[in-house]
Design a protein. Structure first.
Length: 177
């Protein structure tokens, strides 16, 4: 018996020129080779329940999360808790505090009442991290040093006033802009 709906898979390969992808109740991984996929009119990655990962599989990619949120009244990316920029070469992730607040969820990785997002990657990968423009004080990130999580080292960036944290795998270089 067929419902006509594509079944949900835990690992989905996102291809250019296709519509939106949706996760299920589990921990889903969405693999994107080229960020140009998001330029498509119906393009999007929507994780659903669980701890979901958007994984860049290519090289030389720059993923700018701000350009994927509130595009024509819609978000092209939702319910993604981990962004993996490891790929096959050096990739860059551009992320603002507003992006982390909109995309992240409370207590995903640490039970401290903060909205959290995680970035995985390796040497050569880069995160360009910006604060919250318009706040007279307290709109920036503070580097809280290294923490261990699931046997991996992460640099913890925090804004205590807004209760937000970004965990960046320690091999990834992070530039505060």
């Amino acid at each position: 018996w067929q419902t006509g709906v594509e079944p949900v898979h835990e690992n989905q390969i996102v291809v250019e020129l296709s519509g939106a992808y949706h996760g299920g109740a589990g921990n889903d991984v969405f693999s994107v080779a080229d960020v140009k996929y998001f330029d498509g009119a119906g393009a999007g990655v929507h994780g659903g329940a669980g701890t979901d990962t958007l994984k860049l599989t290519g090289a030389g990619q720059t993923l700018d999360i701000s350009k994927l949120l509130n595009v024509g009244g819609h978000d092209k990316i939702t319910s993604i808790e981990i962004i993996d920029i490891t790929g096959t070469g050096n990739n860059t992730l551009k992320l603002s505090m507003r992006d982390v607040l909109e995309l992240g969820h409370e207590n995903v990785f640490r039970n401290d009442g903060h909205t959290q997002l995680m970035v995985n990657g390796n040497a050569g990968d880069r995160v360009e991290l910006s604060g919250m423009p318009g706040l007279t004080s307290g709109g920036g990130w503070a580097n809280k040093g290294l923490i261990a999580l699931n046997g991996q080292a992460y640099t913890l960036y925090e804004n205590a006033a807004l209760h937000v944290e970004l965990l960046v795998q320690s091999a990834v270089s992070t530039q505060l802009t």
